[in-house]
Design a protein around this ligand. Structure first.
Ligand code: BDP
Length: 770
């Protein structure tokens, strides 16, 4: 098995007793009126793999029915009959799926008031008892809700949980659970000039648009079978939207030839509740490809009819082909992309100009806040708030505060730099009281080991989402709900619309993500987008059971590997808050001594290594990024004694002899972090080896090979960085402190399983050094 069904493979339940019990609880599948509301129109345009056409479904209920059929047949290892009309009474053990509108049975079985509570996308999964027997109902107010419920029911069997006496009600905390697909990121390791290889796993993007050449816009639909796997995987976690092209956008995606193909893709995804959006360029209206409908640069006034009219026409054209088209993702005045500032306007003007064009069409703008420019302030990390804060504070003519329109999200990365393994949270969360804010997380492991390192990012996102911003109200009183998740889901400040965005990692590798374990990051993102309060360890456990094994000790070992893997990565990449030490052109290997073409892309700019210490002073004696946070965090980060040690060098130039909580010096602690990070990887590799008898040969070997490379590369991080820091610290290499210091703490829980005393802190000294 090659991993190509992701976590939706459905191998048989091994334990015969348990399988029999499940068989009693799932004797037949009942989906009334499944084909009533066809939702696709363009799929006839698709060129399909042989056999793919019959897998296409037209409605979400058909998708639910087919998933249940496939899932239960596999898990229960028998043919579970599917019926539209069960007859009276419903057979014992039936699984009934539907909405009150589609299914009289659902109407009868679930009181309207119970369903009302779960909203448009939620579901109820309930056991209905009747004398000795009974059946299970999976109900949503909408077909998509019922589909989500179906996946939840299947997950119970996949993870070997009971399916009797069920009474589950679920609804998403965040409305837009969205992906950004960076279909080509040519910069990074393994990316070939022809668009193959790269960040998203081997062989380019999952959607395979051709950007140039005679087949431009024409080869999208060939691999439809894979799209349906993706659609199912997304729906199974509750992801409901995807921007299909890279944020450094190519205008070709707005051309008619592409729109036709995007429509076909949207039709294939729609039954699974996934809508599409596009990344756009602010200056697309001037592109001659749209002639005769093109504007001059002088017409790019975001308040002008020409600009707004152009975007409205383009969006309307898309909407004709894709009726539920979501809107646009915009990267403007960022890393060389054009934007309103090139024409004398600010981000608020630009975002609102496009927002106004889309508003009559019911569409949304995701305007990214990833902006920085060496000219504005010496510290790149302060730039976003400096630019967007005043727009949020601005008092409008009607007396209201904040200029950004209601149908615009400001989309902000979790941290103020750029997706490092650990960053403080972005100071803008909570400070944009009058603006809809979307949180952007990077699922694809650009800076977290790409597709070589095993890094489960669930714990990082959990840390981010649970971080207390100490946000205050207008009078300076602490808000009751003020964690990042509370702000993103709208409860903190009552934002009308809510969104969370993940930069996705789907490629054309057989297993779609390159590293088998990278699938877990997509999975965890989707589940956390639905409910950010979920525990990342629990989600890992679900994924492992669905993907690898339900054998207790095997599952436990794999979960344990995963839960500490991010902290280990942070240990050898960003220990104690030293960020951006990557070789600037690949974002994989370390290169702490590098000066690159721009200061703020250079590791030395971030590490500030000298004989006094290490780290970037962002306290009041330095750039004072700390001042951008609410008072409690401002004070905490301003003082080296109160800054959390994991974030120390984000805010301070730390003296080599600084005394740490452990009693060790900063230098000793730093080396220790590198070392424990590497040791965890060694432990993971050994733990994986012990699982050989329980894992299929192909996937076992593929992961084993990745872990070997991972270990070598983690050692390289440790050795390269420590050797370099040592030149400045002038201190001797610390010696092993023994097992007591060997644990890796993840979200307050200790992980480990390795013994530090087996290895010492001794790091190879480079030739020529004394
Ligand atoms: C950085 C990537 C760059 C992206 C940028 C962004 O290196 O390719 O375009 O993020 O988010 O991490 O726009």
């Amino acid at each position: 098995y090659d991993g190509s069904d992701m976590w939706l493979r459905y191998p048989p339940v091994e334990d015969p007793g348990l399988r029999d019990r499940y068989r009693e609880s799932a004797t037949s599948i009942v989906v009334e009126n499944a084909g009533q509301n066809p939702v696709h129109r363009h799929t006839r345009n698709l060129r399909m793999e042989p056999g793919a056409r019959e897998k296409l479904v037209a409605t979400s209920l058909e998708a639910a029915r087919d998933e249940l059929d496939r899932g239960l047949d596999g898990l229960l290892d028998r043919d579970v009959p599917v019926t539209e009309r069960p007859g009276e009474p419903v057979p014992d053990g039936a699984v009934v799926v539907g909405t009150p509108g589609s299914s009289p049975l659902v109407r009868e079985s679930v009181p309207a008031a119970d369903l009302a509570g779960v909203g448009e996308e939620g579901y109820v999964v309930r056991s209905v008892t009747r004398g000795e027997g009974g059946y299970t109902v999976v109900a949503g107010n909408t077909e998509v809700g019922a589909l989500y419920g179906t996946y939840a029911f299947l997950r119970l069997v996949q993870t070997r949980k009971p399916v009797t006496d069920l009474d589950i009600s679920e609804s998403p905390k965040i409305r837009n659970r969205h992906l950004n697909n960076w279909e080509t990121v040519r910069l990074y390791a393994g990316n070939n000039a022809d668009g193959t290889g790269g960040l998203n796993g081997e062989n380019g993007s999952v959607f395979n648009f051709a950007a140039t050449g005679p087949s431009a816009g024409r080869n999208l639909p060939v691999v439809l079978d894979r799209y349906i796997v993706v659609a199912r995987a997304l729906a199974s976690t509750g992801i409901n939207g995807i921007t299909v092209n890279l944020v450094n956008a190519d205008n070709v995606y707005l051309t008619d030839a592409y729109i036709e193909q995007e429509a076909a893709l949207a039709d294939a995804l729609r039954p699974y509740g996934v809508t599409i959006a596009l990344s756009i360029n602010y200056t697309a209206p001037t592109d001659p490809r749209f002639a005769p409908d093109t504007l001059t640069e002088a017409q790019l006034d975001p308040y002008g009819d020409a600009f707004r009219g152009w975007w409205n026409r383009r969006a309307r054209t898309i909407q004709q082909a894709v009726p539920d088209f979501t809107g646009f993702t915009v990267k403007a005045n960022s890393e060389g992309q054009p934007g309103p500032q090139d024409f004398g306007y600010d981000h608020g003007d630009g975002a609102n100009g496009i927002g106004a064009a889309l508003e009559p069409l019911g569409m949304t703008v995701y305007w990214r806040t990833f902006v920085y420019d060496a000219d504005v302030d010496s510290d790149r990390l302060k730039r976003a708030y400096l630019e967007f804060g005043p727009i949020d504070d601005e008092v409008q003519e009607d007396g209201s505060e904040g200029r950004v329109a209601e149908n615009v999200f400001l989309q902000t990365k979790n941290g103020p730099l750029d997706f490092q393994a650990r960053e403080p949270v972005h100071p803008m969360f909570g400070r944009m009281e009058n603006t809809n804010q979307a949180l952007e997380l990077q699922i694809t492991q650009e800076y977290t080991g790409q597709n070589t390192m095993l890094a489960y990012l669930g714990p990082m996102w959990q840390e981010v989402l649970r971080t207390d911003t100490y946000a205050t109200d207008e009078d300076g009183g602490l808000l009751e709900h003020r964690r990042v998740g509370d702000i993103v889901d709208g409860t903190a400040q009552g934002h009308p619309d809510t969104a969370i965005v993940g930069v996705a990692n789907l490629g054309n590798a057989a297993n779609l993500t390159g590293h088998h374990f990278s699938q877990a990051n997509l999975y965890a993102f989707g589940r956390m987008a639905w409910d950010w309060t979920q525990d990342s360890g629990r989600l890992a456990d679900d994924w492992v059971r669905m993907t690898w094994s339900n054998e207790g000790p095997v599952a436990d070992t794999v979960v344990r590997m995963m839960t500490g893997s991010w902290e280990a990565l942070a240990g050898y990449q960003t220990p104690l808050g030293i960020g951006h030490q990557f070789a600037a052109d690949v974002h994989y290997d370390p290169y702490p001594s590098q000066w690159f073409v721009r200061d703020d892309w250079s590791p030395v700019y971030y590490n500030r290594a000298d004989s006094a210490g290490l780290g970037y002073d962002r306290s009041p004696t330095g750039s004072n990024l700390a001042a951008q946070y609410f008072p409690v965090l401002r004070e905490r980060y301003s003082d080296i004694r109160t800054t959390p040690e994991d974030l120390l060098m984000w805010f301070h130039h730390v003296p080599w002899g600084h005394r740490m909580e452990s009693g060790r010096t900063f230098w000793e602690e730093l080396v220790g972090r590198y070392q424990t990070g590497v040791q965890y990887v060694t432990w993971m590799r050994e733990a994986w080896d012990s699982l050989e008898p329980s894992i299929g040969a192909r996937r076992f070997a593929e992961v084993r090979e990745k872990l070997a490379a991972h270990e070598a590369d983690a050692r390289n991080w440790r050795d390269t960085c420590v050797d370099y820091w040592r030149e400045f610290s002038g201190r001797p290499m610390p010696v092993d402190q023994g097992p007591a210091s060997a644990s890796v703490v993840v979200n307050g829980q200790e992980h480990g399983g390795f013994d530090l005393s087996e290895d010492s802190y001794t790091i190879p000294v480079p030739a020529g050094a004394s």
